[in-house]
Design a protein around this ligand. Structure first.
Ligand SMILES: [Zn+2]
Ligand SMILES: [Zn+2]
Length: 100
């Protein structure tokens, strides 16, 4: 069984199909609408049926559209940032102690 790639219009075989937003793409054809960088299931953002990378995802509050994130990756990233900040604070405290 094969599909038609929504981006390039050519046949996509089941081994290389990426089914996203109710459409079928070649994995290499699923790209940001703005900068054309290749996206994947986790890194894409969708608005009005168009895929965007994180950097070019339009400001949702302006459009009033529903957010459609790929997975829960954003939450994970926030946690990582918090951990990094905590680590830096701990290091600063250690440095201060050395001055006394
Ligand atoms: Zn394609
Ligand atoms: Zn982009």
């Amino acid at each position: 069984m094969s599909y038609k790639c929504f981006a390039c219009g050519k046949t996509v075989y089941q081994t290389e199909v990426l089914k996203i937003l109710g459409r079928e793409y070649h994995k290499r054809c699923f790209r940001c609408k703005v900068c054309n960088c290749v996206l994947n299931m986790k890194s894409y953002r969708a608005l009005d049926g168009n895929p965007y990378c994180r950097a070019h995802y339009p400001n949702v509050s302006e459009h009033g559209a529903q957010m459609n994130y790929g997975g829960e990756q954003q939450q994970e990233e926030k946690q990582e940032v918090q951990q990094e900040e905590q680590y830096q604070e701990e290091q600063q405290e250690e440095q201060q102690e050395e001055y006394y």
